[in-house]
Ligand binder design. Structure first.
Ligand SMILES: [Zn+2]
Ligand SMILES: [Zn+2]
Length: 225
């Protein structure tokens, strides 16, 4: 690969290894659904999961200009393609800076969702939600500040209410049927999520290479003409 100029290699990624925004969004949804599906815990289903993503590259410490990761990676966090390639031209580790997996160039793709998002957002981090929407970390800080206002303490109130309701449930046998019903509802939800996950995954697999250019063959995996 060292004989290929860096700009040409990056252009090759844009032509052949670019995940368009809607497909990248699907991939995010799949990653959240995957987590939920594994867990049988009631509380886990009720919790709102979200992932904090840094706009800055962990190696260069600069803002990520070309966000990429590998199909082999299980994380949403991206790294900067240009910096990573430059660095590996010299060091040849070819390891993911996030999960440390040995990466194959043919499995790396530019993420169209994060490329678009990083252009829109300032600051250091964003929060990604299970439906692939996002919010800036500044909004989060405002929410945290609101929770820290003295005498209000809405978070601990909620906790108390929860403990109270759990105690009531445990103390009454009448509540057992209700719990059974709840469990059935959750099972239904899980089944639906599994179907949704499969559908999205199928769509993702089908669309994986639809952005492949037909102008010339990919330097990395040979797809296209
Ligand atoms: Zn990784
Ligand atoms: Zn390729």
């Amino acid at each position: 690969m060292q004989s290929v100029p860096l700009d040409e290699l990056i252009e090759n990624f844009y032509q052949h290894h670019f995940l368009d925004k809607p497909t990248a969004e699907d991939k995010i949804r799949v990653s959240f659904l995957g987590d939920l599906n594994l867990n049988e815990d009631v509380d886990e289903l009720q919790s709102t999961e979200e992932v904090k993503i840094s706009l800055f590259d962990s190696l260069s410490l600069k803002k990520i200009a070309i966000p990429c990761r590998s199909y082999e990676c299980e994380h949403l966090q991206c790294f900067d393609l240009r910096y990573w390639l430059e660095r590996n031209y010299h060091e040849e580790h070819w390891k993911c800076p996030i999960c440390c997996k040995q990466l194959r160039l043919s499995q790396i793709y530019i993420d169209g969702y994060f490329e678009d998002l990083f252009k829109k957002v300032d600051g250091r981090e964003v929060i990604i939600l299970p439906d692939a929407s996002w919010k800036s970390i500044d909004v989060m800080k405002e929410e945290v500040n609101a929770l820290n206002v003295p005498h209000k303490q809405p978070k601990s109130d909620m906790k108390n209410k929860k403990i109270q309701s759990e105690t009531q449930m445990k103390s009454s046998k009448d509540k057992e049927n209700e719990i059974d019903h709840l469990k059935k509802e959750i099972k239904k939800q899980k089944e639906w999520k599994e179907i949704a996950r499969k559908m999205i995954k199928q769509r993702f697999v089908e669309k994986k290479y639809t952005s492949v250019s037909t102008k010339y063959k990919c330097l990395l995996c040979g797809s296209g003409y």
